[in-house]
Structures are given as structure tokens and as C-alpha cells.
Design a protein around this ligand. Structure first.
Ligand code: LLP
Length: 431
């Protein structure tokens, strides 16, 4: 099976975290997001212990909550003792309302509005990850108004190409994020930040991209960042305390994808980073990482009910489900490949080649093309695997479809973490 939380029971049904997925679909209705709380916790612990072991106290994972944001996930992150990365007023508000320790919240974003900045200060977050000069000036102004000193990191682009989908590459020079070392603009903004009366520049941040399977892009980025820290020390005398390496470790969407041992990867990356620091003669900074996908993707599946099975002679077989691009836009956006299983006949022969289509009024509304599954019929339950990251968080109400609920499961309990939207919810703001 693709991940250890999947199985097949004696009734030939797909199980998830020990639960019969067909029963889950019956009990909560479809489309349905199901998240495995135990796996999320286990992943948090792997990152946390690997970072602490390699880099000591203060080093920790910050959950990149754009991958999956709701009150419950922040409560879990809090209980696991990790930090959080938020990128919008909405994520910030939710993490605040969840009772999360705000000193462990890092606020990202390439264009925070003045009111986003105000909200961050109101919530007393630990760090702003400042992207640009305008933000630096405004944050300093607002901090001065409050007579406080705000800790910041600066977003730097190291100029790395991590060989992933172009929409998720974020650390190259030609990027809307941060300031590039190569062009001299990174050094400029560092000097600007050091001159701000109400800001404390504690360190640097970079994020090179997402769904990266190798260690090299991370160690290459760390190498460049550490050399930059050394250059800053030489030019200004100032030495950074924190280096945040962002997120990006890959996950296994299909059998052909490699299995990644996140703990071992961190060990490997750590070894290199320590030698870079030593070779450059700088003190070892606190190392932070911002995993999003790798904490939650494999901890999620989506369940659908199959409607029509349309065989177009000489062309394709279309299997239509009761969800689609509004609950999972990733195929439409990035042609992302998913593993798909007919959950009520999980062990049957998978020799029916088909395209899984959603129910929206456009042809691009697909979840998978040319996949091999068990020949389905109406009312079968279809499971799409590894949907815990960037599915619920990227969902929309396109075609006025209500968002599915999120049910959390663990060995000893199952519960609704986010309720299904109703038609009235859809009309809530219509005046
Ligand atoms: N930190 C920063 C600053 C980021 O921009 C991101 C992701 C992360 C951490 C987390 O990266 P992860 O560990 O999840 O790879 N919607 C796209 C993914 C966009 C990721 C953007 N930034 C998708 O569905 O593939």
C-alpha cells in the first residue's frame, strides 16, 4: 500500500487508519476529507526530534499551515510543541483563535497589507518574515507607534532551482518572493533592517520550492545562505541567530514515487550545515524548517461516490464523481498525479483505464487521467489517496458547491473537525 495507514479488510474494502472507508462515506456522506491524526502527530514528532537532536534547543519545525489550515490542526501542532507558519490574516486569525502560543508563529507573505501587519502585532506573533522594503518600513513604523521591538527574519532568495513544478519553485532569483543575494538586493535589505529602530533582525529565511525528493537542493541552499551570513558578518559585524530553511520535502503520491525518511534526510542535511558553518567560521544558527505537505499529505484521503460511467467509443472512459476541482484543484492547476482506488472492491483487478471527472461545468474539471482502477459502477466509493495537503486549503465553492467536511480519525476516536458546508452557509454573506 502507498502509505502505512492504508489497508484492505476482510470485506475487500479499503481501510484508512483502521477504519472501513465505505462505512466512513456512509456515515458522513461524500465528498469527504478524512485525516489521520495519528500520522500527523507522528510526522510532527519525526521533524521535531530530528531537528532538536541535530541542532539543539530552539531548533524546531514550523508547520506551514497553508497546506491544511483549520482550528483543529493548530491545536494538534500546539500539543506536539512545534511552531507555525502562517501566510495571511485568515490563517493568523485562526491560529490565534485556536489558543496557539503566538511567540511560535512566523508570519510570511510577499505582500502583507498594513492591516495584516497590524493584526500580527495585535496577536503578538513571534516573528514577521519580512519580504520587502515597503513591509520593513511599515512594520517598523507600526512597531514604533506601539513602542515595542519586533523580531523579524528576512526572506532571501538563494537562487536555487530544485527541479520541481514551476508553479511551486520559489527560491530562484526571478521570483516574487524575497530579495536575491545574486543581485545585491539581499545585502541592501539586511542593512536597511539593521538600521530600523524598532525591529530586531534575528535571522534569515529561504524556501526553495515544494515536492523535492533529494537532499541536495536543501544543502545547496544552506551553503549559499551560510556564506551570505558570513558575508553579512564581515560587512556589518552582525551575526545571525536563526536560519530558516523553509519547507519542501516531497511526499509519495503514487507507488513510483520514492519513500522519504524525513528524519534521515534531516540528519544528512544537518551534517552538511554544521560543516558549512564551521568552514565559514560562523556560530551555528538555530535551524528552523517549515514542512507543510510532508506533515499532512499522506495523512489525508478524499472519498467520493461514483455517479456516471461513460464509455465514449473510440475515445475515453469517463468516471464521474460527486466532487472535483472545487475540493481538489491540483490536477487542473498542476497536472498532479494521484492514486485512485475503488474503495468497496479494493483488492479486485485494476485494469479499467479511465479518466476521473468532477461534477463542475467545465472539461478541465478532472482529478486523474488514464488511471487504472477496478471497473466501477454507480454508487461505488472512490478513494483518492494522499490528499491531506493543498486540497481542503485550496478548495473553492466553484459552481456554488459546498465544501466537504473534514473528519479526523485516530486509533481511538473519530470526529468531525470541520463541518460540511450547507447551502445556507453558501448564502451567508449574500445581502
Ligand atoms: N514555507 C514557505 C515559505 C512556503 O512558501 C511553503 C510552500 C512552505 C513552507 C511549505 O512547503 P511544503 O513543505 O508544503 O512543500 N499549492 C501547491 C504548493 C505550494 C507551496 C507554496 N509554499 C501544491 O498544491 O502543490
Amino acid at each position: 500500500m502507498l502509505h502505512e495507514n492504508l489497508g484492505i479488510n476482510s470485506q475487500n474494502r479499503l481501510t484508512f487508519c483502521g477504519y472501513d472507508t465505505v462505512e466512513l462515506a456512509k456515515e458522513y456522506g461524500t465528498p469527504l476529507y478524512v485525516m489521520d491524526e495519528d500520522m500527523i502527530r507522528q510526522n510532527c514528532r519525526i521533524y521535531k526530534s530530528a531537528l532538536e537532536k541535530n541542532f539543539g534547543k530552539g531548533s524546531m519545525p514550523l508547520y506551514a499551515s497553508k497546506a491544511f489550515s483549520c482550528k483543529r490542526i493548530y491545536e494538534i501542532a500546539k500539543e506536539e510543541g512545534i511552531g507555525c507558519d502562517v501566510v495571511s490574516g485568515g490563517e493568523l486569525y485562526t491560529v490565534y483563535k485556536s489558543g496557539f502560543p503566538m511567540e511560535k508563529v512566523f508570519f510570511h507573505g510577499n505582500n502583507k497589507t498594513d492591516s495584516d501587519i497590524k493584526l500580527g502585532l495585535d496577536c503578538k506573533i513571534g516573528y514577521f518574515v519580512v519580504d520587502n522594503k515597503e513591509e520593513l518600513v511599515e512594520l517598523n513604523r507600526q512597531a514604533a507607534e506601539r513602542n515595542i521591538n519586533q523580531k523579524i527574519l528576512l526572506r532571501i532568495s538563494p537562487g536555487i532551482d530544485p527541479h520541481t513544478h514551476k508553479a511551486v519553485v520559489t527560491g530562484s532569483v526571478d521570483s516574487k518572493f524575497g530579495s536575491a543575494i545574486e543581485t545585491g538586493q539581499a545585502m541592501e535589505i539586511v542593512k536597511d533592517a539593521l538600521s530600523m529602530s524598532n525591529l530586531t533582525l534575528d535571522g534569515l529565511h529561504c524556501h526553495i520550492g515544494s515536492q523535492i525528493f533529494e537532499c541536495e537542493p536543501f544543502t545547496d541552499a544552506a551553503d549559499i545562505m551560510i556564506r551570505f551570513i558570513k558575508q553579512i558578518k564581515d560587512e556589518t559585524g552582525y551575526e545571525m541567530n536563526v536560519l530558516n530553511l523553509g519547507g519542501g520535502m516531497g511526499v509519495r503520491y503514487i507507488e513510483e514515487d520514492a519513500k522519504i525518511d524525513y528524519g534521515k534526510n534531516i540528519d544528512k542535511i544537518a551534517e552538511k550545515i554544521k560543516s558549512f558553518a564551521e568552514n565559514n567560521g560562523i556560530k551555528m544558527p538555530i535551524i528552523l524548517m517549515e514542512p507543510g505537505r510532508s506533515l499532512v499529505a499522506a495523512a489525508g484521503i478524499t472519498l467520493y461516490t461514483i455517479g456516471s460511467v461513460k464509455e465514449i467509443t473510440g475515445f475515453k472512459n469517463y468516471v464521474s464523481i460527486d466532487g472535483g476541482m472545487p475540493d481538489n484543484p491540483r490536477y487542473a492547476l498542476y497536472q498532479s498525479i494521484y492514486s485512485v482506488v475503488v474503495a468497496n472492491r479494493a483488492n479486485d483487478k485494476k485494469d479499467y483505464v479511465c479518466t476521473i471527472a468532477g461534477r463542475c461545468c467545465e472539461s478541465g474539471d478532472l482529478i486523474a487521467e488514464n488511471v487504472k482502477i477496478t471497473k466501477p459502477v454507480k454508487n461505488d466509493t472512490l478513494a483518492v489517496l494522499c490528499t491531506g495537503a493543498y486540497n481542503y486549503s485550496m478548495s473553492s465553492n466553484y459552481n456554488r458547491l459546498p465544501k466537504p467536511p473534514v473528519v479526523m480519525v485516530s486509533k481511538d476516536k473519530k470526529y468531525v473537525a470541520v463541518a460540511r458546508e450547507s447551502y445556507d452557509d453558501l448564502m451567508r454573506n449574500d445581502l
